[in-house]
Design a protein around this ligand. Sequence first.
Ligand code: AMP
Ligand code: GLY
Length: 417
Amino acid sequence: MKVLVIGGGAREHALCRSLSLDPAVSALYCAPGNAGIADVATLRPVDALDGDAVAALATELVADLVVVGPEAPLVAGVADAVRAAGIPVFGPSAEAAQLEGSKAFAKDVMAAAGVPTARSYVCTTPEEVDAALDAFGAPYVVKDDGLAAGKGVVVTDDLAAARAHALGCDRVVIEEYLDGPEVSLFAITDGVTVVPLQPAQDFKRALDGDQGPNTGGMGAYSPLPWADPKLVDEVMELVLQPTVDELRRRGTPFSGLLYAGLAITGRGTRVIEFNARFGDPETQVVLARLRTPLAGVLLNAANGTLDAQPPLVWRDDAAVTVVIASHNYPETPRTGDRIEGLIEVAAEDEPDAYVLHAGTRREGDAVVSAGGRVLSVTATGSDLAQAREKAYTAVARIRLDGSQHRTDIAAKAAGLG
Ligand code: AMP
Ligand code: GLY
């Protein structure tokens, strides 16, 4: 099977790594990719937001499957263009991707499907904003309606800050604050059949102790030793299957990866957000634990034959990933800094720890930073404590001027804090 992956972050590196280990994959391409993905896939340049360009590349490569990683191409209709060219694609249509592209659309689908989520108002005027902030009180949760790479959400006790963020958005969703630990649960679906993956937890805030601004995600781990063993079944029944059924009922079936961001509140599990693609950095830890070869599962979803997919098989291992971000991320990240220590990590006699690249590019012999999140250092171990130790040992070998990372990823879950 020839597979083309679209994107160039750590999530795509994790996808390419898994696909490269799948004996069914005879050729693996990534466009545009990054300096690390080049080790496991052939890179091709492409404008990932240009559906015609992606479809033409897939046709040229005679790809049997295209996997679209990030949300922006999905919302721009790249999966539709590839499907129209007659090539199986893993990723939803532009219409179905509105589940991530518009928070208001997601709320509407959840209401119709009876999916538990925070109560909310969609506001377009300052009067509506003030009324909604007043109705819920602090802490205020204010979300830009459109795509914002995880940075369009402000959660604050400060009314003036909440109001300022809301007034800076064209359309804004203001909602009830959900208290409780967060879980990311991914499911692979062909629009009818839904296959859940293992849950993971992401660390969204920039600084230790969940302080600082929201980011795209600073680290993740899986499994969740503290979670109710029935969580996956419950979310399948209350959230994932009803959402997939509702989108099919509307004539916009969702095929691809449905990401449920959940809060486990005292009053039950609630959806915080949906995404229409694999999460980053959670994918790094979820795929590290998946034993079933990935390509066939994604192809079954793309072809509408997921009902024929044998049950997924998981390792007993735990996985931890720690994101190394640029100086000044998430505000105005500095790029172009040289990354050192990658060879030392690779040469280490420790195959369970590896570096997945996010924003990197090659400059002559050097690998330099090229984005806010630069590397996602991933490790597996017999339990979270061991996986964590291996991941942080590898992090310590990497040198990137001005870089930052959290030191508490998975600490609490591993019983260390
Ligand atoms: P989102 O982009 O919707 O995932 O929001 C980013 C982050 O903001 C989430 O991961 C939560 O940490 C936080 N957040 C979003 N919505 C809520 C809510 N209703 N209550 C509490 N925190 C929230
Ligand atoms: N880790 C959060 C996201 O992928 O949106």
